[in-house]
Design a protein around this ligand. Structure first.
Ligand SMILES: NC(=O)c1ccc[n+]([C@@H]2O[C@H](COP(=O)([O-])OP(=O)(O)OC[C@H]3O[C@@H](n4cnc5c(N)ncnc54)[C@H](OP(=O)(O)O)[C@@H]3O)[C@@H](O)[C@H]2O)c1
Length: 253
């Protein structure tokens, strides 16, 4: 029998990668969005707002699996709790969540909100799986491209990133939704660790521009200490296949 999967965040960067893979895997896909969309091409759209708790019970009704990818700058804890409670009421059999590497280690408000969201999933009573991923290439690029426009390149000492391709994250999530609930699974990061200057220089090179002078900066506070300790990295887990360099090359084509 075909399983119905509710995908939250299906209209986002990651969700747009995941949805075609779910259709290929034979799922009946329902996407929740705050705006209305025309259903079609095998996708049923439902409207709702996880943060306001609107339309959530109707969205989960009849779904066997929920893949929760919706997220924003604030409120992921509240939004996730609303979804997890609705999933429990509806008897969902597997709740799968995407979180961020370092949610349990880097003391920043948005990461605390991701950690609280993880707890809401784990305490929901619904069998669950959570994958923590590194920063996606797309978001890394948005940040680094802005830095590449500056006359000098900020060089935050000790800050390293391990950008992962959203295609690799999407493929892993599709494996996870097809498996049994597994709790917190090994992190997924990109294949290589980069300093910020290296990332900026990669973008400048792809744009055919020369490197800029470096300006050493220090990230203050406990978060700075955590970043310098590499608490946002995962060095010993399976890695995504696509590199940052191949992502940059694809953007040029
Ligand atoms: N980007 C990264 O580098 C990264 C790294 C690791 C983990 N993650 C996690 O991966 C997830 C997806 O990230 P992304 O970059 O693909 O996000 P994105 O492109 O910013 O998309 C956000 C998605 O969340 C939905 N959404 C936001 N607020 C909502 C609400 N109140 N109710 C219902 N839906 C809501 C949006 O849907 P509508 O606008 O259609 O309503 C949209 O589909 C997030 O949980 C994020 O924390 C991201």
């Amino acid at each position: 029998m075909t399983s119905t999967i509710l995908v939250t965040g299906g209209t986002g960067t990651l969700g747009r990668r995941v949805t075609p893979l779910l259709l290929d895997a034979g799922f009946k896909v329902r996407l929740l969005s705050r705006s209305s969309h025309q259903s079609g091409d095998g996708i049923e759209y439902v409207t709702g707002d996880l943060l306001k708790g609107e339309g959530v019970d109707a969205a989960v009704d009849g779904a066997e699996i929920v893949l929760h990818l919706a997220g924003g700058p604030k409120g992921d804890d509240v939004a996730t709790r609303n979804l997890a409670e609705a999933a429990a009421r509806a008897g969902v059999r597997h709740l799968v969540y995407i979180s961020v590497i370092g949610a349990d280690r880097v003391p920043l408000a948005w990461l605390k909100s991701k950690l609280d969201a993880e707890k809401a999933i784990a305490e929901s009573g619904v069998p669950w799986t959570t994958l923590r991923a590194a920063q996606f290439n797309e978001l890394t690029f948005t940040m680094v491209e802005k830095m590449a426009k500056l006359p000098v390149t900020p060089a935050p000492g000790g800050l390293r990133l391990q950008p992962v391709d959203s295609r690799d994250v999407a493929a892993r999530l599709v494996e996870l939704v097809q498996g049994e609930p597994a709790g917190l699974v090994p992190d997924l990061a990109g294949p290589k660790v980069y300093g910020m200057v290296e990332l900026v220089q990669g973008v400048l090179a792809a744009q055919g521009k020369r490197n800029r002078p470096k300006l050493p900066v220090r990230i203050p506070g406990k978060a700075g200490k955590a970043y310098r300790a590499g608490d946002n990295l995962t060095l010993d887990a399976p890695k995504g296949a696509h590199t940052w360099e191949s992502f940059l090359a694809d953007r040029q084509n």
